[in-house]
Design a protein. Structure first.
Lengths: 343, 460, 392
């Protein structure tokens, strides 16, 4: 069984306690309290963190000492039966993402285009940008990153399913898996590494792929000249080194991201999981603050990376007078593949 | 050519009557599991006068007459159990009047649900009717004749409660108006303050007369409809959850459903909660009330609200196409359900029965309950899909449904749109005084016994 | 004696629930199945037809004139396919109806109108029983030349070649395309029937012959691109010819015209008119071409384009599809499709019904006369409207 690689000493000697001090959903009086609570978690004692954490993944990014505070919190919650969401919701996610042999695999050689278990990704992953890999699709529960279960403190589901998912890709004989879902890349790199699960192929982050392709298609790019806000997904906290790609891609297609309060390390959750885990009041508050911040920054569009964020926020985004759009679609518009009118 | 055929052609013209093998075959069955029975003629009238003449002829010749809408009761209510004439009413499909200020519509007896919905949407966007989730081809008159329910049943009762007047062709061929239209041009009351004669026809499944016109209440159509989906895995909590929700007195519709497939639905009971409003504020307020009222179940981790975004389109659709879709889950184009009306407290027992029956008869189930009149009672559907090419499976479904109805009667429930066998079971259990009154009514209204015979046969 | 029948999709015919969604458009405003609307029996609806086919395959009903009428009253408009609620199964509805007709053809028990149609095509090459030599007559005076390696072959089809209303439409399309400098030619007296209706009516042998002859001819002439007058021809060229080895780039004339207008190769003056556009089934539902005809009309200064309640995916057929244009099984009663459709057009307040198919042009023109609406409604081909707006 795979176990979380956790170094208690690293935590014990932490001078910052940033993991909790920077948390946007819990507040602490200072280093001592935050550090003290985290040490309780380390030791397997009860802590208010185990009751209050909203599962935003951010502490994985805030910890710069190579430990995994969020996975640990989730492990401890599971050990103690302190589940985050109501039982029927948690079970629904587990049932819904069960492997049932209903997957789709295209003609795959050494590269696969992973659409996780999200149908929208199949549409995004088509066209000129993906022309060489679009047919090599892998889609279905069999290829889905199980990271979502961290939200529900069901780490055992991850350690059970992730090796199977990796094995399913390995059986396709691929050397590279281009991950259209941010979370898949985070799972195959950060989570797999934290649990010592070997990944026998090279996970490729789709934004790396898109950036390269857009550079190749440079001649076709017509700058979009719009100002946008970017909705950074929780899973991006697992792979903070990939965050700057958003700026590079948007810069290439003439899209400006004005500074705003809730971006980068300070970004806010899309609210969907928070609704299940912490209730609608916090979720509504988070969404409201986030969207108002986008408007205050002068954005006309809300750009998404994760289709789940897009699905949960789009209706509200539109009501606020912003236009929701996925970053891949923006690129498709920039090269004239999609009608500019949709902007 | 027989004299009867000739007479029918004289009444409705050649294109209004058929005894061709094709129509005879088709109109001898419905999409459910009951055995077909051939009619002698299929007749499609266009006017009340034609209906009168047909019934007069039938009365004279003692031929059964079975009025039919789209024939989607699934319980064989339009199968001509004793032959005779099937009266396809769908060519009488005019919307005769919409009184926008009084909020009612007057429709011909074969007007379909879909056409009224579209008509209101186009010409009276501020009005709606209580649309059932049956396919849009089903007719309004048939729906009220069998006490159907619809989207507004939680708020306003059975769709038959929404009738505001009727024109009936009696089994003798005479025509009469019921309620306020019997006294003047307005169709605002089916009974009060007069003796409520509508009860002589509503629920009688076409055995006491033919509805040629029906007045129907319309309701405000709010600008926004929205939906939340609450799930729990503890069936015993459902009555409490529903009690709290109905206490809010502000919900459009509440359905509770459970099914084993697809897997994401396994093990949970889903409460679909619909609400409406004219502004975002109204919607936000109602949503907050809904969330707050169920907070205790969330705190206990026994229930929670699902992310509903990706299912919204399907849930908000009216009628819901996905309901008919259940018919094809075993790739066989059929399902049938027993839909007893029962008190809400019995939900857990009924839910257990569905699963038990599905297992016993090896059939696929889906179940959905709809709140009626703010929790006074509910329609609990025990629904089994079947493959039409698999007679053995169809027989198993039939047995499972028979058992479901027996169970419902034992539990003090009332079968909804019962087939002729279920009607018999019901009458056997009925208090003798009530049965006798039914006998008296039927005997007086239909002395020849020609109206949809085989159904509500109280005299046998 | 039990007749053994089979059709390719016999295994799934039982999956129809006969729920009736197929009778309607998306919003249920009225019945959208022309044969159900005209006959009023459930047996003439897609669900009824499906259940009867099952009964017939199981020998519960026999082949009869009425059964044949029920099958052949289907106008192949594809509305049912789009409205059926059963995923996957729905895609096969038109095929099942077509296969049943083909089986009837095999039994030799088809309505006289259908038999006459096949016979005329087989003998004369066209349903009008007119000489092949007259097939290109319509083009006289248009300046259109015989195809000899031009960029496009302009394929006109039987209705455009022989029917008066169709010819008028063909001439205007030819003139406008030529005027815009498009390089195109016609086959004239050598044109062969495209076979779309023959196929849908179930005469697969005759269809194979027509398609084979056309493909051979097009190839021999070096045809690469075809522009069709008739959406029915467009459909069969696009959907069925490739499987028989005929791979051509096929366009409907409205697609080409829309492009030429966008490229400013057709100059348009003002033309003040309130116009409604009727979607041909084979252009719209069958081939999802909804935009170009509307773009053309919108490009004309002064044209007010008003939509009928049922339009695009939900458009109500003119009644001429599925061979009914020739066989007239739907008839001309007050609930016949053409008459219902022109009344729907009238409701919009438009003075002109713009059409993009010669069959629709003819069906709706006849219906306008039958409803005595000649002083209120004019049926005009899209190119004829362009000509009216052309800068003098």
């Amino acid at each position: 069984m795979y176990k979380l690689k956790w170094k208690e000493k690293v935590c014990a000697t932490c001078p910052s306690a940033d993991c909790l001090l920077k948390c946007q959903y819990m507040s602490f009086s200072g280093h001592d309290e935050a550090h003290g609570e985290m040490m309780k978690v380390c030791r397997g004692e009860d802590s208010r963190v185990l009751h209050e954490c909203a599962t935003c993944y951010a502490c994985e990014e805030y910890c710069t000492r190579g430990n995994h505070p969020f996975y640990l919190i989730s492990e401890r919650r599971e050990e103690k039966g302190l589940f985050t969401a109501p039982r029927p919701i948690t079970n629904q996610w587990i049932n819904m993402t069960q492997m049932q042999g209903k997957y789709m695999v295209g003609p795959i050689k050494d590269k696969a285009l992973s659409c996780c278990y999200i149908p929208d990704l199949g549409i995004l992953g088509q066209g000129e940008i993906f022309k060489d890999v679009a047919s090599a699709v892998a889609f279905g529960a069999e290829f889905m990153c199980p990271a979502v279960h961290t939200h529900f403190a069901r780490m055992s589901v991850i350690t059970e399913r992730l090796p199977k998912v990796i094995d399913n890709f390995a059986k396709l004989g691929v050397k590279e898996v281009i991950c259209l879902h941010d979370e898949c890349y985070g799972t195959f790199t950060a989570i797999a590494d934290a649990y010592g699960i070997e990944v026998p192929f090279k996970p490729v982050y789709y934004m790396d792929f898109v950036l390269d392709r857009m550079k190749e298609l440079k001649d076709r790019i017509k700058p979009l000249n719009i100002k946008v806000a970017y909705q950074r997904p929780c899973s991006n906290r697992l792979i903070p080194d990939k965050f700057p790609l958003v700026y590079e891609i948007l810069d290439l297609i003439g899209v400006e991201i004005p500074d705003r309060e809730y971006q980068g390390e300070n970004c806010l959750c899309c609210g969907e999981i928070i609704r299940s885990v912490s209730g609608y009041k916090l979720a509504d508050d988070v969404q409201e603050r986030n969207l108002n911040d986008m408007i205050a920054a002068g954005a006309s569009h809300c750009v998404f990376n994760c289709p789940a964020c897009q699905s949960s926020l789009s209706e509200k985004v539109v009501k606020k007078g912003l236009k929701p759009i996925h970053i891949i679609d923006l690129c498709k518009i920039a090269i004239g593949e999609k009608e500019r009118e949709v902007l | 050519m027989s004299d009867i055929l000739k007479s029918l052609i004289e009444i409705v013209g050649e294109r209004g009557v058929s005894n061709a093998p094709e129509e005879i075959w088709y109109y001898s069955r419905d999409p459910g599991v009951l055995t077909p029975r051939k009619p002698d003629y299929v007749v499609a009238p266009k006017t009340t006068e034609q209906v009168q003449k047909i019934v007069q002829l039938a009365c004279r010749e003692k031929i059964p007459v079975v009025p039919m809408g789209n024939g989607m009761s699934l319980t064989g209510l339009v199968i001509p159990l004793k032959g005779g004439i099937v009266l396809d009413m769908k060519r009488m499909n005019q919307i005769l009047e919409v009184n926008s200020k009084a909020r009612y519509a007057v429709l011909e007896g074969g007007t379909s649900q879909g056409v009224l919905k579209a008509h209101l949407q186009e010409h009276y966007p501020h009005l709606r009717h209580s649309l059932p989730d049956a396919p849009p081809a089903t007719t309004i008159a048939a729906n009220v004749a069998l006490h159907g329910q619809g989207r507004l049943t939680n708020q306003y009762g059975f769709n038959s409660d929404m009738v505001t007047g009727m024109e009936i062709v009696l089994p003798t061929g005479e025509v009469c108006k019921i309620g306020s239209p019997s006294l003047g041009p307005y169709w605002f009351s089916k009974g009060p303050t007069l003796p409520d004669l509508s009860g002589l026809f509503l629920g009688w499944l076409g055995t006491t007369g033919i509805i040629t016109k029906v007045g129907l209440k319309l309701f405000p159509n709010k600008k926004i409809r929205d939906v939340e989906l609450f799930v729990t895995d503890r069936v015993e909590l459902i009555p409490d959850i529903l009690y709290k929700l109905t206490h809010l007195e502000m919900l459009e519709d509440i359905n509770v459903w459970f099914q084993p497939k697809p897997l994401m639905f396994l093990g949970n009971f889903h409460v679909t909660i619909y609400f409406t409003g004219d502004t975002d504020e109204e919607i936000a307020f109602k949503r907050k009330m809904v969330w707050d009222t169920l907070q205790e179940f969330i705190d206990a981790k026994d229930g929670g609200f699902m992310a509903v975004q990706y299912m919204k389109g399907m849930l908000l659709e009216m009628p819901q196409r996905a309901i008919a879709d259940f018919a094809d889950v075993p790739k066989g184009g059929g399902f049938e359900y027993s839909g007893p009306i029962t008190i809400v407290e019995h939900f857990p027992q009924y839910a257990a029965k569905v699963v038990e029956l599905a297992k016993k008869y090896d059939v696929l189930y889906a179940s959905s309950a709809r709140m009626i009149s703010g929790g006074l009672c509910m329609m609990f559907s025990i629904s089994f899909a079947f493959n039409r090419n698999d007679p053995a499976m169809m027989t198993r479904v039939k047995h499972a449904l028979d058992e479901a109805t027996a169970f419902a009667l034992d539990m003090g429930g009332i079968p909804w749109k019962p087939n002729f066998m279920e009607q018999k079971m019901t009458m056997q259990k009925m208090e003798p005084g009530a049965l006798k009154l039914m006998q008296m009514i039927k005997k007086n209204l239909d002395p020849q016994g020609i109206m949809n015979p085989g159904n509500w046969e109280v005299n046998s | 004696m039990t007749q053994l029948r089979n059709i390719e999709h016999a295994e799934i015919v039982h999956r129809c629930f006969r729920c009736g969604y197929c009778k309607f458009p998306e919003d249920y405003i009225d019945f959208n199945c022309p044969s159900y609307k005209a006959f009023g029996w459930d047996t003439y609806s897609p669900g009824g037809r499906m259940w009867l086919i099952r009964a017939w395959l199981n020998d519960e009903i026999k082949t009869s004139e009425r059964f044949a009428e029920i099958l052949y009253s289907c106008v192949a408009c594809d509305n049912c396919k789009n409205q059926c609620v059963f995923p996957k199964f729905k895609d096969f509805l038109p095929e099942i109806f077509q296969e049943a007709k083909a089986e009837l053809v095999g039994e030799g028990k088809i309505p006289p109108g259908v038999r006459d149609y096949f016979k005329a095509i087989a003998t004369n090459g066209n349903p009008y029983k007119l000489p092949q030599s007259e097939r290109g007559k319509w083009a006289e005076g248009t300046g259109l030349q015989k195809y000899a390696g031009q960029d496009y072959l302009f394929y006109v089809g039987c209705v455009g070649s022989y029917d008066e209303v169709g010819q008028k439409m063909a001439r205007s399309v030819g003139r406008v395309l030529l005027g815009a400098g498009l390089s195109l030619g016609i086959s004239g007296s050598e044109e062969i029937c495209d076979g779309n209706e023959v196929r849908i009516l179930g005469e697969m042998g005759l269809f194979a012959k027509l398609a084979g002859d056309n493909i051979e001819k097009f190839k021999a002439q070096g045809v690469k691109k075809i522009v069709t007058l008739d959406p029915h021809a467009l459909n069969v060229f696009k959907k069925d010819y490739p499987g028989l080895g005929g791979n051509f780039q096929v366009f409907h004339f409205t697609e080409i015209l829309a492009r030429l207008i966008k490229e400013k190769k057709i100059s348009l003056g003002p033309y003040a008119a309130k116009i409604t556009y009727h979607d041909p089934c084979y252009l719209g539902r069958h081939n999802q071409i909804y935009g170009p005809p509307r773009d053309i009309l919108k490009a004309i200064d002064g044209v007010e384009l008003v939509e009928m309640h049922r339009n695009a995916l939900n458009a109500f057929c003119c009644g001429g599809g599925g061979g009914n244009f020739f066989t007239d099984i739907l008839g001309t009663g007050e609930d016949s499709a053409g008459r219902v459709r022109v009344l729907e057009a009238l409701e919009t307040g438009a003075r002109i019904i713009a059409v993009a198919c010669p069959s629709c042009a003819k069906m709706l023109s006849d219906a306008v006369k039958m409803e005595n609406l000649e002083d209120k409604l004019e049926v005009l081909g899209i190119a004829e409207i362009i000509e009216r707006a052309a800068k003098k």
